[in-house]
Every structure is written in C-alpha cells, then in structure tokens.
Design a protein around this ligand. Structure first.
Ligand SMILES: [Zn+2]
Length: 56
C-alpha cells in the first residue's frame, strides 16, 4: 500500500484504510474518523478539500 499523495509505503491500519500516510493527511488537512462497519473497525476521511483540489 502506498500513499496516494507521495507514494511512500504506508503500513499502519489508519493510513492503509484511508489511502494517505499520516504526514500527508496532516498536510492536506484530512481528518480521520473512526467508524464501525458491520462491527468491524474502519477509518474514513472527513475532508473539506480533496486531493483532487490540490492536483486540479
Ligand atoms: Zn503521502
């Protein structure tokens, strides 16, 4: 799994689940929200801006 932003390898479950490493999540202002789906722990990003806003 690689960060969608900088292509660095990410291994922690939060980063893998969201697709962004911790540094890039902070840099991009992404907020990670802890959710439960069918009783399984999951993480998703609550964002005001997306990566596409930066790339556009
Ligand atoms: Zn990154």
């Amino acid at each position: 799994m690689k960060c969608a932003c900088c292509n660095r390898i990410i291994t922690d479950p939060v980063s893998v689940s969201t697709g962004f490493g911790p540094v890039c999540r902070e840099k991009l202002g992404l907020v990670t929200v802890h959710t439960k789906i069918n009783g399984k722990k999951s993480y998703k990003i609550a964002r005001q801006t997306t990566i596409w806003d930066f790339l556009a």
